[in-house]
Design a binder for this molecule. Structure first.
Ligand SMILES: [Zn+2]
Length: 237
């Protein structure tokens, strides 16, 4: 059984100038960061009032960030056609639950085809506009346009996308959940100090599912576990 606190690993050496503070301890009440052995320890308390059901000792998230391809929408490799965007099961319900709970939803997505010159920004924008039309509004979208060999700080499993989305939303990574379908999504969450949840799809490797600290059968179940059930009738509309 896990104790309430756990020591987490530092970011990989591949993280360069964008290297964030590394999580060195996450307890029931706070997350500690330290950039390196000669840097100060920084404690950030968990300020959320309502505990989430999924993670003992974790505050209810103030934002939920989703991977795009294979998580919010079906993975169509090298897609440039908004007409081929298909939501994953219960994606729309999951976002509706977050809206009802007043928790903003974001997207964090690796799109190396931008860096390869195969996907223009206007095409990327059209894909996201279509996705929002199908699943509901997204408060912030953070995209890594780089190639794997670029060594950037944002390509998942690096944490840069999670950190950027948190900055835009004005939330702290320890108060944020990241939902994805592969280990790289959970890696980005872990390195940022956020809570990762794996929602496997048919292409997700079994080993990655087994290794995930938290999983959910589908998106709506993941969101319900994080923020609770939708507001009951008679509550605020
Ligand atoms: Zn990047």
């Amino acid at each position: 059984m896990n104790s309430q606190a756990s020591v987490e690993s530092a970011p990989s050496p591949g993280a360069r100038s964008a290297r964030p503070a590394a999580v060195v301890l996450r307890s029931a009440t706070a997350t500690w960061y330290q950039d390196g052995p000669h840097e100060p320890l920084v404690r950030i308390p968990h300020t959320s009032a309502t505990p989430c059901a999924a993670v003992p000792g974790c505050g209810r998230p103030r934002a939920v960030l989703f991977d795009r391809d294979g998580t919010l929408v079906e993975d169509v490799p090298h897609n440039t056609d908004p007409g081929r965007i298909r939501p994953r099961p219960s994606a729309r319900e999951a976002l509706a639950t977050l809206r009802a709970a007043g928790v903003p939803a974001g997207v964090v997505s690796n799109q190396p085809d931008v860096g390869r010159g195969l996907l223009a920004l206007a095409q990327l924008d059209a894909l996201h506009a279509r996705m929002e039309a199908l699943v509901g509004p997204i408060a912030v979208t953070a995209v890594c346009p780089h190639l794997p060999q670029d060594g950037c700080g944002c390509r998942k499993p690096q944490p840069g996308l999670v950190l950027a989305a948190c900055r835009v939303l004005g939330v702290r990574p320890p108060e944020t959940a990241v939902v994805g379908d592969i280990a790289a999504d959970l890696g980005a969450a872990h390195r940022a100090g956020a809570t990762g949840v794996l929602v496997p799809n048919p292409a997700t490797r079994a080993a990655e599912t087994r290794a995930a600290p938290r999983t959910a059968a589908h998106l709506a179940a993941a969101v319900r576990a994080l923020v609770g059930a939708p507001t009951r009738p008679g509550g605020r509309t």
